[in-house]
Ligand binder design. Structure first.
Ligand SMILES: [Zn+2]
Length: 456
């Protein structure tokens, strides 16, 4: 995808997300061919040539948000009654029954719908963790990349895997190790683009230490290291998971992963709630990061991630909305707001400011998934911007308009720009018929659920 040029003037507030958390009032920004050329305050420069201009009056501009953990396929099982009031492991047992007949076209719809939610709430880069590959479904990752291209988001596809039988996972959801590793390497070779401004990346992503064999975990880490790509899994989500791991594997899950070669600075772990002090030191030592998913953690009653302590210890951390069946909406700004308030529940009201929270959705999240070209307003970085209305009903009359973005009820973007291209304008997708997409998704979701019941 080639980049576009855009010139935005008269922006009420521009949140840079730089090291000093600078916020510029009355700002302008110029992007050329998809990358930030210059920005500043006061009288904007004369721009030569045919560059699209946009007025930023009544807008707060932030870097496009980066979602670090998700399972987009689950948006066909959200608010799914059997799982609505359960903790993680029994919830998983219900979830895992649904996908036997789930195919590429279903995932294509899920990905478009889920990206629409995320983009409407400010996300421009999305990492998804897909680990459901029923027999007969072979091109799941390709379907996701195609869907992301239609929506216009940067997409990191985590090629997930499960190969260990348990009470929680149906046999049809397991794949053999050779198939998993061969397909993952083929995807890396065919699709992974590590250049600046990349729209497609592959991540090696076994589902969890408890659902993958020791050999698969070890070879997955080796594969990620060989190709210098990201490595991702779930870890430390619940006390029950830690106990299960000790019982089945003889080690806590992080120790088990480290013994299998996960001492890798491109690795990041979803949730990371139940790590002890020694484990935090290990994460810091090896450069392993954590995707913090506050809504899912509260929804499943899993616990509270030690985010301020992680940051203090130099551990990479970013926010992820997590799968739509444990959240159950992919709203980036709302997720960030919950991260801020959940940190305050554990550490007090001074633990995390609104700007600290924006960091968790921008440059910290970008660093977590291995991107240096997104997540900040800085010359040379990707022209990925979320423009929110400075004021709306739920923040009307706010004294500090920028803090209100987080402190008041979460809102949707007015405009969303990816690589200089306007994807959302005046609160509407430019090229996507959202109502049509919602109808398609609703009908398909009902079919997915009924197919699995009728044919079990
Ligand atoms: Zn997850």
């Amino acid at each position: 995808m080639s980049g576009s040029s855009i010139f935005i003037t008269d922006i009420d507030f521009l949140v840079t997300a730089d090291a000093d958390q600078n916020v510029l009032a009355g700002a302008w920004i110029l992007a050329i061919d998809g990358f930030i050329d210059s920005f500043g305050v006061g009288t904007p420069p004369e721009v030569e040539g045919r560059v699209r201009t946009l007025r930023g009056r009544g807008r707060i501009l932030t870097p496009g948000f980066v979602n670090t953990h998700h399972h987009l396929y689950q948006n066909m099982a959200r608010a799914y009654t059997p799982g609505n009031n359960l903790p993680l492991l029994p919830w998983l047992a219900h979830m895992n029954k649904l996908w036997r007949y789930f195919r590429e076209e279903d995932l294509h719809t899920c990905t478009r719908l889920g990206l629409a939610e995320l983009m409407m709430s400010g996300a421009t880069t999305v990492a998804d963790h897909h680990y459901v590959f029923p027999e007969g479904a072979t091109d799941m990752t390709v379907a996701q990349f195609d869907a992301a291209e239609i929506m216009g988001a940067r997409f990191h596809a985590s090629r997930g895997s499960m190969n260990v039988k348990s009470d929680l996972i149906s046999d049809w959801a397991l794949q053999d190790e050779e198939t998993i590793l061969t397909e993952t390497e083929q995807l890396i070779e065919k699709y992974h683009d590590s250049t600046s401004g990349s729209y497609r990346q592959i991540i090696v992503a076994p589902c969890a230490a408890t659902s993958c064999s020791a050999s698969l975990l070890e070879r997955s880490a080796a594969l990620a290291k060989k190709h210098h790509v990201g490595l991702h899994t779930h870890c430390g989500e619940t006390v029950a998971e830690n106990d299960f791991s000790v019982e089945k594997l003889g080690l806590r899950p992080l120790d088990f992963l480290l013994e299998r070669g996960w001492d890798y600075n491109r690795a990041w772990l979803a949730h990371g709630i139940h790590f002890n002090d020694e484990e935090l030191s290990q994460l810091s030592q090896y450069g392993i990061g954590v995707a913090h998913c506050p809504n899912a953690n509260m929804r499943l009653g899993s616990g509270i991630c030690r985010v301020p302590e992680l940051i203090k210890q130099g551990i990479k951390v970013g926010v992820g909305v997590d799968g739509s069946a444990s959240n159950d909406s992919g709203h980036m700004l709302a997720e960030l707001r919950q991260a801020m308030y959940l940190a305050r529940v554990r550490y007090g009201a001074e633990a995390m400011s609104a700007l600290d929270t924006i960091d968790l959705g921008t440059w910290r999240a970008a660093a977590l998934i291995g991107r240096e070209d997104v997540g900040k307003i800085e010359t040379g970085l990707c022209a990925d911007f979320a423009l929110f209305p400075s004021e709306e009903l739920y923040s009307n009359g706010a004294e500090n308009v920028v803090d209100a973005l987080l402190i008041c009820h979460a809102r949707q973007v007015s405009e969303l720009i990816v690589g200089g291209s306007v994807r959302i304008e005046n609160g509407q997708f430019v090229e996507i018929d959202l109502i049509e997409l919602q109808t398609e998704h609703k009908e398909r979701a009902a079919k997915v659920r009924s197919r699995s019941f009728n044919r079990e």
